[in-house]
Design a binder for this molecule. Structure first.
Ligand SMILES: Cc1ncc(COP(=O)(O)O)c(C=O)c1O
Length: 397
């Protein structure tokens, strides 16, 4: 099947673009010594994990299910490559039975509070003693470098994400080997550097002392979270490489990065067909076989305007339309776009940058069916890897 024969709606993963992103990330790892993990919350097309495992150090999870997915679909693959693939997890609170399983399949577990750390200590401590697990704490640096997306700012006032300095003890709790912070969202290298310098100053007591020969009780690794748009064209990759090298040299610790978006940035599309054109006093409205609310919820939640192939800002080109969906939600609108030609029922549109925070967040509100998941292989062939049906809707209810 080729691109034009795809059944819509469909998410299409662009394998070539995915590989280009992975090559950039692999270079960062190679030249800086950083370990880069896939944050599965952004992208979990596990059928591509074997390819990702060839380039990255592993994956990180937001809880048991994602950790199991990485364990089954990525860690095993790494073993084939004779290279150890790491499996990390962080969650604001873990259930008791989840902790038992996580300790069997994870290399790093990061806790969000001292309460959680101590509550689960009897379980994780055994795995640490056996050398199977490293435990860390997520800190909240209380240092915000973003204004654009308040709901994605873990440093906003009252945030539950990460332990503030005031709530941390003087010394690292027994058994803890690392610190984790995640504060960025779609940002460049400079805010990361700024945040790290703040962390280095405010949390200095946990870092090894470069002048001391005894650094027991200090951190062995730091995880700089996600939100780094490393594969965006204007990202300062050289700056990041030098920055990580400097940290490693100064403190002798392992440095992890766990981007989600950067892995599959611009590496996927959502293809849709126009089902009807409704005349309104404002402008003609296209009813698409996709939905912002169901298939690209970040468009409404973040909110943002997805790039559309051949579509410009309203009014820029001669034909302007409102792009909407076939759900009952009045606000299920993707945006207003203009085109250089008139659009008709049956025409197809291609939304760009749809591999991230799309499939992982979609839903069947209104009984909407879920789009197929396809892969556009590097040789131009399209493979359908997932097709959903009524039972996927019913089974969740
Ligand atoms: C703890 C943590 N790590 C990594 C990520 C991935 O972030 P991004 O996809 O923006 O790179 C997130 C996103 O929310 C996160 O909360």
């Amino acid at each position: 099947m080729n691109f034009n024969e795809i059944r819509t709606p469909a998410y299409v993963i662009d394998e070539k673009k995915l590989r280009q992103n992975l090559e950039i990330l692999a270079r960062v790892q190679h030249e800086s010594g950083a370990k880069i993990l896939l944050a599965q919350k952004a992208y979990s097309v596990y059928q591509t994990y074997p390819m990702i495992a060839k380039y990255l150090a592993g994956a990180t999870a937001s809880g048991l299910y994602e950790a199991k997915l990485a364990h089954e679909e990525m860690v095993a693959q790494g073993q084939d490559n004779l290279r150890r693939i790491e499996n990390h997890v962080y969650e604001p609170a873990f259930e008791d039975d989840e902790m038992v399983e996580l300790c069997q399949i994870c290399d790093h577990i990061v806790f969000n509070s001292i309460n959680q750390l101590e509550h689960h200590r009897p379980v994780w401590e055994k795995a640490v003693e056996e050398g199977r697990l490293s435990v860390g704490l997520r800190i909240n640096p209380e240092y915000s470098t973003q204004e654009k997306h308040e709901i994605y700012d873990p440093c906003s006032e009252g945030s539950r994400l990460g332990i503030t300095n005031a709530n941390l003890p003087e010394n690292l709790p027994e058994g803890v080997e690392g610190l984790h912070f995640h504060t960025l969202c779609e940002q460049g290298f400079e805010p990361l550097m700024e945040t790290f310098h703040h962390v280095e100053k405010e949390f200095e007591r946990f870092f090894p002392d470069p002048a001391s020969s005894d650094n027991s009780g200090k951190i062995k690794w730091i995880n700089l979270g996600g939100g780094h748009h490393i594969t965006r064209e204007d990202y300062n990759v050289e700056g990041l490489i030098k920055f990580v090298k400097d940290i490693k040299e100064k403190y002798g610790i392992e440095v992890y990065l766990e981007p989600g978006e950067a892995i599959a940035l611009d590496a996927g599309y959502l293809i849709t067909t126009i089902m009807d054109v409704v005349k309104t006093p404002r402008m003609p409205v296209l009813i698409l076989d996709t939905s912002a609310a169901c298939h690209m919820p970040d468009v409404l939640e973040m909110p943002y305007r997805p790039p559309l192939r051949g579509g410009e800002e309203a009014g820029e080109l001669p034909f302007t339309y409102r792009l909407s969906s076939r759900t009952c939600l009045a606000g299920d609108v993707i945006g207003d776009y203009s085109f250089d030609h008139e659009l008709n029922t049956g025409d197809r549109l291609v939304f760009e940058d749809m591999a991230i925070y799309s499939m992982v967040k979609n839903n069947t509100f209104n009984g909407m069916s879920l789009p197929d998941i396809d892969i556009l292989h590097e040789n131009g062939d399209v493979e359908v890897i997932k097709r959903f049906s009524y039972s996927d809707f019913k089974e969740r209810l």
